[in-house]
Design a protein around this ligand. Structure first.
Ligand code: DHB
Ligand code: FE
Length: 288
């Protein structure tokens, strides 16, 4: 790390180093495969990637000053642990599109860097762990998990995580307590789930780290529309990795992580219980 003694550890470093530890440990074990180093495959993929960068150098007539700045920037991505953030913002959506070509069932999108293993296990109907005075609009997300042939998937699990009303993820920012607004909810014997939480807020990627600095230097928006992350699993079925967004969000269609899709937009309605809102959303999982 490049922090000096009198500097407090920034949020970019807090989020980045934790995301790096998780990525290094391969904790996202629901994504298996890869790892085999077939020379033809390495040559094809790495060769194409390098040629893309070389083409940019040629076409843009990149100078030595810019090349040296690029080196320093890459080093700072490592120093701050921001590789998972950078890769998930700027590249994961393309990998997800390739994966989606061979996955039936509900529309998915990127996982992002902020999933955590080992969160509260809850039975439906469930209220996510939250502070006594958790800010934000109370929200219910409910629906049914079925297989592609319509069979209800009894005991399906809905792993859910999202920011608080200020846009902070528990486990990655110092403000929310560990486990806040995260949980793994087991659906009932009809595959039905009901989750009580708070509506999340739009989020900017950390602006004090190299990913955010590069984004601002290019004049790009650092915002993600408000979203709820979900991993929906059931035995014998492929895991659905998805996110849900909110109609009317000012950042829809301009997501820095390019992860929003029209099929994933919720339009929650008032329940009549105070300012509580509710959205119903079914998930269809493809058999393995
Ligand atoms: C990032 C944040 C997210 O909430 C997300 O879903 C994807 C990426 C990020 O900061 O890198
Ligand atoms: Fe997110």
């Amino acid at each position: 790390m490049t922090t000096t003694e009198d500097q407090s550890v920034s949020d970019a470093v807090t989020a980045g180093s934790h995301a790096t530890d998780i990525a290094r440990s391969g904790a996202a074990t629901f994504r298996t495969g890869g790892g085999q180093a077939d020379p033809a495959r390495v040559s094809a993929v790495v060769g194409a990637a390098l040629e893309g960068i070389r083409a940019a150098i040629r076409e843009q007539k990149v100078t030595y000053e810019e090349f040296d700045a690029f080196k320093r920037w890459l080093i700072s991505v490592s120093d701050t642990g921001e590789w998972p953030l950078f890769l998930d913002v700027y590249l994961e959506f393309e990998v997800e599109k390739v994966a989606a070509e061979t996955q039936d069932g509900s529309v998915g999108t990127i996982l992002g860097p902020f999933w955590l293993d080992g969160q509260a296990q809850l039975d439906s109907p469930a209220t996510l762990p939250m502070r006594d005075d958790e800010p934000g609009t109370p929200m219910i997300l409910a629906g049914q998990v079925t297989s592609t042939d319509g069979t209800p998937l009894a005991g399906a699990k809905v792993d859910i995580w999202h920011t608080d009303e200020e846009g902070w993820y528990s486990g990655f920012a110092s403000k929310p307590p560990a486990g806040n607004l995260r949980g793994v909810v087991t659906a009932d014997d009809q595959g039905r789930y009901e989750i009580h939480t708070r509506k999340p807020a739009p989020y900017t990627i950390p602006l004090d780290g190299p990913t955010g600095q590069m984004t601002l230097a290019a004049g790009w928006s650092p915002w993600r529309p408000a979203h709820i992350h979900l991993l929906v699993t059931a035995p014998g079925h492929r895991t659905l990795t998805t996110q849900l967004f909110f109609t009317g969000d000012p950042y829809l269609g301009n997501d820095v992580a390019s992860a929003d899709k029209p099929e994933l937009t919720l339009d929650p309605q008032p329940t009549g219980n105070g300012d509580e809102i509710r959205s119903d959303r079914d998930f269809v999982l493809a058999p393995e």
